[in-house]
Design a protein around this ligand. Structure first.
Ligand SMILES: [Mn+2]
Length: 293
């Protein structure tokens, strides 16, 4: 039995230069509004990652054969939101220059803006899976709040390059503005009525030939699966619906993040799920892209 876990993501033991996938933590929760503690998510998710077998019988890929590096955590805990975003941008610019595939562990959702700023030279589509629209202009006087991150991202890369799926909570003006601005957004009720397969077809049509950056707010899942999150909202996706989305889109990914895990509010199941999602997304992306080479 391991009584002290190594402080890196399980089997992410390539060195930086040899790695293709780079995992890094962004322990930040300064703009959280309901529950605090997302700063602990990177270390709890790393710990949870040691639970899993490396071989994936579904694809025949062994996680140990992939070149994954754990870069550690960015020193952003005490920074203002603007400075945190700058630090994230600087780091991801380096990953981009070195042709790495970035995988961020939040932290709250505000961290994603720094990643998008770094990647935005090329055209791609941001897919946000989230219980919330996060399309407010500002929240509690803060433009860089987690509740505004999609609005800020649309300002960076253009609204046609953004899609939000799975939301079920929004402020009245926020929702009206999203519709008025023609943000591609699919609420969870529509998704369940129309069927996930049809929604995925619409999403794929919207994305077209573009690559995808996935920002996965863990609260898109039902709190039954992911209770350890900052602003939980009932009526969420099931884990198998999420897997279906990942299966459809994994090939197109250029990077992803998992945000809003808040480990103090459960018995570890949300961190376990986040760790397994990271392994699953990496493996599926690798499998689907290497198949086409
Ligand atoms: Mn959310």
């Amino acid at each position: 039995m391991i009584d002290q876990f190594p402080n890196f993501f399980a089997d992410a033991d390539s060195d930086y230069n040899n790695a293709h996938f780079v995992i890094f933590g962004i322990p930040y929760d300064k703009t959280s509004t309901f529950r605090y503690g997302a700063t602990n998510a990177p270390s709890e998710i790393r710990k949870a990652s040691w639970n899993f077998e490396t071989y994936r019988f579904e694809t025949g890929v062994d996680f140990r054969d992939l070149k994954v590096h754990d870069f550690g955590d960015l020193p952003v805990k005490d920074l203002s939101p603007e400075n945190m975003i700058k630090e994230v941008e600087k780091t991801v610019l380096r990953f981009k220059k070195d042709e790495k595939f970035p995988i961020a562990i939040g932290g709250e959702h505000s961290v994603t803006l720094g990643i998008i700023k770094a990647l935005k030279k090329e055209e791609f589509c941001v897919l946000s899976l989230d219980a919330h629209l996060d399309y407010r202009n500002e929240y509690e006087g803060e433009k860089f709040s987690h509740a505004c991150v999609i609005k800020r991202i649309t300002e960076e890369i253009g609204i046609k390059n953004v899609a939000v799926v799975g939301f079920r909570s929004a402020d009245r003006d926020e929702y009206k503005n999203a519709l008025k601005d023609k943000l591609f957004c699919m609420d969870i009720f529509n998704l369940n009525r129309t069927g996930l397969k049809n929604i995925l077809e619409e999403l794929k049509k919207h994305v077209g030939k573009r690559k995808i950056y996935l920002t996965l707010d863990i609260d898109v899942l039902d709190p039954a699966y992911a209770p350890g999150t900052s602003t939980p909202h009932p009526f969420g996706l099931t884990t198998f619906q999420l897997l279906e989305i990942i299966d459809e889109l994994a090939e197109k990914l250029i990077g992803f993040d998992i945000v809003e895990v808040c480990p103090a509010y459960d018995k570890g199941e949300t961190s376990l799920l986040a760790a397994e999602l990271i392994r699953t997304i990496i493996t599926k992306h690798y499998y689907k892209t290497s198949k086409n080479k």
